[in-house]
Design a protein around this ligand. Sequence first.
Ligand code: SF4
Length: 58
Amino acid sequence: MNVKIEDGCIACGACESICDAVFTIEDVAVVNQAAVADNIDCVKEAADACPVGVIVIE
Ligand code: SF4
């Protein structure tokens, strides 16, 4: 699976709190793609929790 952050991230930190192996907040959230496969459950949880819905799982 591929995970991307669309435009509009407000850097709230929720995804990092939920799944810090995959998401890191810089100016906006960035994805450690190499860690996605082993952490897909919390990636999905973070996508559901994102207040602006910009985490896309493809
Ligand atoms: S939860 Fe959404 S808005 Fe918040 S930092 Fe992550 S991608 Fe950005």
